[in-house]
Write a protein that binds this ligand. Structure first.
Ligand code: NG6
Ligand code: CA
Length: 509
């Protein structure tokens, strides 16, 4: 009898031990997830990364109480490819992703898993608010009807979008797959054929005297709000946006979404238009920096970040929310409009010490400010891990206890411990996409040569060095972080090895 009793106690003890250990392994809470995705924000463009000429107290607060990464990258040096990869965990070259015109079809096909569809399958309410630039529809889009497929067909419950970017028509918002405020008798059409100017609206080509900023040839289509855009637009007067309203409208939509999602975990992909061109911050931010509209747009973006974080705090959700703050590519000064970004720069260094910027194969193309923040869960630290946004998908999957299947996010590796600041080690090389492919492995950076028959675009007219060359380039970032000394010819083996690494990634499919 005594023996049976002690067996019973032993079993009970063992049972509770097993239960406790299992419980420990399971994620107890699914945190809310907010990705702040800034447009064209360079490594040196915020105070906590060394900005001069603009102050970013709200972003600095995240960095001061979170992880500030010094070697984190967007997956590509331009917008559409980076966004494609962020959301799918697949490299953009697999989908031939390039900067899209405003009437392009949806690039992420509906059968493709995305961070949004993955989190939705794990019980999350999901939203995208802000710039989209991933296409809509199937190639024959009618802006007066339902805009399908779009974010809803790839996992988002709610969407409020600038369909492409601020410098492209249509200059209207869409909400849940419909143009906002469009009247029945104000049919909207757009065209991206340069030979074809549709509608009677004045264009920058014909009426430069109507412009608030001089624009280059490409940005001289239909004039909306005093600024000419890429492409032409017919009708749609009732739905036209005013660029100066973006911060308040987008922040308002984000607050509404957060308020209405308190009861369940949510995922908010907040995709800024700032600090992309045209830079038309709200008048209350005019003069907020010493750098003209580009600096003022940074101050505005910082304000928006602060407003959304304050809303989380007000609703007592801050310690239940993982925030990832980052950018889609490096910086650019004149990107089509003469808004004095070059003239008013002063000593500010948009890429920090790094060479190149947006479009570039050099580090400035993809090395971007990246901060993670989660009060109570993430400790303040600086982290020099080498990683790219392609790994966010698998890391978030790990966080919420989701096991990706074989055709899901195939280029994404779980680096959750890095994102949470618990480790600074990643175990795989990192691919960077620009007009060529580059790869980073430890201290080495290799830039593939561009085919001899392709014209090199150095973007020096934009104040940027494109970084591509007809020769292979190898840099030792430990001794040469600015990529000034090409050591390819004296390190043939290393070049071979890294070229092979790129080939293996390409062949993986
Ligand atoms: C380019 C535009 C540029 C910008 C970019 C997209 C030139 C000559 N023009 O085609 O102004 O709109 O597309 O930027 O480069 S991105 O951040 O959305 O990729
Ligand atoms: Ca961009």
């Amino acid at each position: 009898m005594r023996l049976i009793k002690s067996y019973k106690t032993l079993f009970l003890l063992l049972g509770s031990f097993v239960l406790l250990t299992c419980k420990k392994d399971k994620p107890t809470v699914k945190p809310n997830i907010v990705i702040f995705y800034v447009d064209d924000l360079g490594y040196g463009d915020v105070s906590c990364y060394g900005a001069i000429g603009v102050k970013t107290p709200n972003i600095d607060k995240l960095a001061k109480n979170g992880v500030r990464f010094t070697d984190a990258h967007s997956s590509a040096a331009t917008c559409t490819p980076s966004r494609y990869t962020l959301l799918t965990g697949r490299y953009a070259f697999r989908q031939q992703a390039e900067i899209l015109p405003g009437d392009a079809p949806l690039l992420i096909r509906p059968e493709t898993p995305t961070i949004a569809s993955m989190l939705k399958s794990e019980g999350y309410k999901t939203a995208v608010i802000g710039k989209w630039h991933l296409g809509l529809g199937n190639g024959d889009i009618n802006w007066n009807k339902a805009l399908k497929p779009g974010p809803h067909e790839i996992g988002f419950d709610y969407s409020f979008l600038l369909p492409a970017t601020g410098d492209r028509v249509p200059a209207v918002y869409t909400e849940n797959g419909k143009v906002v405020n469009l009247s029945k008798n104000d049919s909207l059409e757009v065209s991206y054929k340069t030979t074809d100017t549709i509608g009677a609206r004045p264009t920058g080509w014909k009426h430069p005297e109507l412009l608030r900023y001089a624009a280059d040839e490409q940005h001289s289509g239909t004039i909306i709000n005093g600024v000419s855009r890429i492409g032409t637009m017919k009708g749609g007067y009732s739905a036209e946006w005013k660029d100066e309203d973006f911060p308040d409208i987008l922040t308002g939509k984000a607050k509404n979404f957060i308020q209405s999602s308190k009861e369940q975990p949510f995922f908010l992909y907040f995709s800024f238009h700032d600090i992309h061109v045209p830079r038309l911050p709200h008048p209350r931010f005019e003069g907020a920096s010493s750098m003209g509209p580009r600096g003022d747009a940074i101050a505005q973006m910082d304000w928006v970040t602060g407003e959304i974080v304050k809303e989380l705090e007000k609703l007592k959700l801050a310690d239940k929310t993982l925030i990832i703050f980052t950018s889609d590519n490096g910086p650019v000064l004149n990107d089509g409009y003469e808004d004095f970004a070059i003239e008013k720069l002063g000593d500010h260094k948009p890429s920090g010490i790094y060479r190149g910027g947006k479009y570039s194969a050099f580090e400035g193309g993809t090395r971007v400010p990246t901060i993670t923040y989660w009060p109570g869960k993430i400790k303040t630290s600086e982290n020099n891990a080498l990683w790219s946004q392609v790994d966010i998908y698998a890391s978030l999957a790990k966080l919420v206890g989701h096991t990706p299947n074989s055709n899901e996010a195939e280029d994404s590796n779980d680096i959750l411990n890095v994102i949470l600041g618990k480790s600074n080690q990643t175990s795989h090389p990192m691919l960077e996409e620009s007009f060529v492919l580059s790869i980073r492995d430890g201290k080495w950076k290799y830039i593939q040569p561009m085919d001899k028959d392709r014209v090199l675009n150095d973007y020096t007219n934009k104040g940027i060095e494109g970084g591509a060359s007809h020769d292979p380039q190898l840099y030792n970032l430990e001794t040469d972080p600015e990529e000034r000394i090409n050591v390819a010819s004296s390190n043939r083996e290393q070049v071979e090895k890294m070229d092979q690494m790129i080939q293996e990634i390409i062949d993986k499919e």
